[in-house]
Design a protein around this ligand. Structure first.
Ligand SMILES: Cc1cc2nc3c(=O)[nH]c(=O)nc-3n(C[C@H](O)[C@H](O)[C@H](O)COP(=O)(O)OP(=O)(O)OC[C@H]3O[C@@H](n4cnc5c(N)ncnc54)[C@H](O)[C@@H]3O)c2cc1C
Length: 586
């Protein structure tokens, strides 16, 4: 068997993975880098990011201001040393992307343009129209093509990490096209596998966002940190969950209920500025409050009967008509295209129906500020990791920045580890392939008469999370969710694949993804049950206040044979002591 071996193996070809690969290849051309991706890299979820990436650029702004917005937005759960790294390295990353060819939108005088974004009290979000993720990923992808030391394994699905002698030494993966199980040895592995929003039924996340990397780490004994913090975005399209970017509100869009009222003025998010006045000196509106607060306001409006109802559930209106056709076409072309195509509404003439939708996981694989996990040789960066810069609530446009900054840092740390260890033994790779093949044969491919289907269990899991661990939770709903997930895990053992072929078996891939979703769902529900307070996106009816004495700490969920063990670790506070989150005076 051909031996596949790299100095650094990166799992994931999205923004974090490609940025990490380039970091290795540029600085260390003699090091070999492998990138495994279950989809062609340009199909990674990063491609669908619309609004932009945050980095300080203007003279009125400062690194401290960006850090403060991020930390207060996180409800003080972010690690402040991590946030300081993020804001300091962000401008350099943006300029570097420009040099690699990213077409950042410009002001009329030729300087880079920035737009307002939710929870950012000053304008610092760089954008490329409303297709920022597409341009960013394209720039990284084409840059990665310059380096011969980067070897890609496109459409390979990683099924397990190879852990021996107490360190991570590679991964096993199915080559989807042939169904062959393969092993790739590595001195260091970086997980850049993205989020897991598909654990909920209604999400902006693509089908591929199933938390695979989080589950791989969890199964190898690494903790999942702060999993109870799930971000709902306030403006998704009913039916599909497709995102209408916050940039629509950044450019002046307003949210209106069924009484025609800009209802956010009733939620302590500031005065309703007249966004129809283009000469108004203050551009920030209350519609640019943080996502957790806006999503919670939607639920209150719905309970008060002030939302519209439609075949795809309740919704409110996002009105951007006053921006005019020219601005919409120039700055929000994709918003117009998506609204026309998916709900048959042209936002130039009519308001867009929108509702809350699961968007992002603040939690993830526990890492330090160098992307190191507690398992030697295993690193993580991007949405699958929890560094943590997002704490209890991420500010829009910080994630694209995070994948660049921490993708690069994890690469440096992985390289330095790789320099200290030898290559993976050929015999270990052979054993790992055999063991993984047997595992799948004995579980997913056996004829066990169980009768459970992927779709059946997945739908039940998604409903359980939405009902038990949605925007608002309490002990009763969470306990029920935990119990149901235990049952669903038992049902998973009785899963039967209808398609038993090996070649391009998408049912097998969906089954493996479902296994990851179950682990992610379990960590979310149990971490949420244990956190008896309300903070950021985690709102408990039965514990409505933030409790800094009991819970100013990160949760850590460890996998066991039964329910996960929940532990805690301190939040790093450097210069900003916890305070109240105030947006009304912004
Ligand atoms: C619709 C939408 C709009 C967004 N807009 C913005 C925005 O404007 N600004 C912002 O800051 N953030 C935005 N976000 C969030 C941000 O885009 C993501 O958090 C970020 O792009 C994640 O990048 P990543 O590299 O960590 O993961 P991804 O881009 O999701 O890449 C994950 C990679 O892992 C691979 N992978 C996963 N599992 C396996 C496996 N088992 N085997 C092999 N490979 C695997 C996949 O193939 C993929 O290549 C948005 C998110 C969405 C969903």
């Amino acid at each position: 068997m051909e031996t596949l071996q790299h100095d650094v193996l990166i799992v994931g070809g999205g923004g974090a993975g490609l940025r990490a690969a380039i970091q290795v290849a540029r600085g260390h051309p003699q090091a070999s880098v492998g990138i495994v991706s279950k989809v062609y890299p340009m199909r990674s979820h990063t491609v669908s990011a619309e609004g932009g990436a945050a980095a300080v650029i203007s003279e009125e702004d400062s690194l401290d201001a960006h850090a403060y917005d991020t930390i207060s937005g996180s409800d003080w759960l972010a690690d402040q040393d991590a946030v300081e790294v993020l804001v300091e390295e962000a401008p350099r990353e943006m300029i570097q992307l420009e040099h690699w060819g990213c077409p950042w939108s410009r002001k009329p005088d030729g300087r880079v343009a920035v737009r307002p974004f939710g929870g950012m009290k000053l304008e610092r979000t760089w954008f490329a129209a409303d297709k920022t993720g597409f341009h960013l990923l394209h720039t990284l992808f084409q840059t990665s093509l310059q380096y011969r030391s980067i070897i890609r394994y496109d459409e390979w699905f990683v099924t397990s990490l190879i852990v021996e002698e107490g360190r991570c030494q590679g991964a096993t993966a199915i080559e989807i096209r042939t169904g062959e199980m393969r092993a790739i040895g590595a001195r260091a592995v970086i997980l850049c596998t993205g989020g897991g929003g598909r654990v909920y039924p209604f999400t902006t996340n693509g089908n591929i966002k199933t938390g695979d990397g989080m589950a791989l780490a969890y199964r190898s004994g690494v903790a999942l940190k702060d999993m109870e913090f799930v971000q709902y975005h306030p403006t998704g399209l009913p039916g599909t969950g497709i995102l209408i970017t916050e940039a629509a509100r950044g450019e002046g869009g307003i949210l209106v209920n069924n009484e025609g009222r800009r209802y956010l003025q009733d939620y302590d998010l500031g005065e309703p500025l007249d966004v129809r006045d283009p000469n108004h000196p203050q551009k920030r509106t209350m519609e640019l409050g943080p996502r957790d607060r806006l999503s919670q306001a939607f639920i209150h409006e719905r309970e008060a009967g002030r939302t519209f109802s439609g075949p795809d559930g309740d919704y409110v209106h996002l009105d951007i008509r006053h921006l005019g056709r020219e601005t919409i076409d120039k700055k929000l072309p994709m918003v117009r295209e998506l609204a026309v195509r998916y709900v048959g509404i042209d936002p130039v003439a009519e308001p867009i129906p929108v509702r809350t939708v699961v968007h992002y996981m603040m939690g993830g694989i526990d890492t330090d500020i160098f992307g190191r996990t507690t398992l030697p040789g295993l690193f993580a960066a991007g949405e699958c990791a929890c560094v943590s810069v997002n704490g209890a609530n991420r500010l829009g446009s910080n994630s694209l920045t995070e994948i660049l900054v921490f993708g690069a840092r994890a690469a440096e740390a992985a390289l330095s580890h790789a320099g200290q260890v030898g290559p993976t033994e050929q015999s270990l790779l052979a054993e790992s392939v055999a063991a993984e093949r047997t595992r799948l044969d004995e579980t997913l491919f056996r004829s066990n008469g169980g009768g459970e289907t992927v779709a059946g269990i997945r739908t039940d899991l998604q409903t359980t999370l939405e009902e038990g661990a949605g925007i608002f939770r309490d002990e009763r709903t969470l306990e029920r969710a935990c119990a149901t997930i235990t049952d669903l895990k038992k049902r998973y053992e009785k899963l039967v694949l209808v398609d038993t072929s090996r070649i391009f078996n998408t049912e097998l891939i969906a089954a493996l993804e479902l296994g990851a979703l179950l682990d992610v769902g379990e960590a979310i529900a149990h971490s949420a049950l244990a956190r008896a307070e309300s903070r950021g996106s985690h709102q408990r009816f039965d514990h409505p206040e933030r409790d800094d004495v009991g819970f100013l700490k990160h949760s850590l969920a460890y996998r066991t044979e039964g329910a996960p063990r929940i532990d805690y670790k301190e939040v790093t506070i450097t210069r900003w002591p916890p305070g109240e989150r105030v947006y009304g005076t912004a």
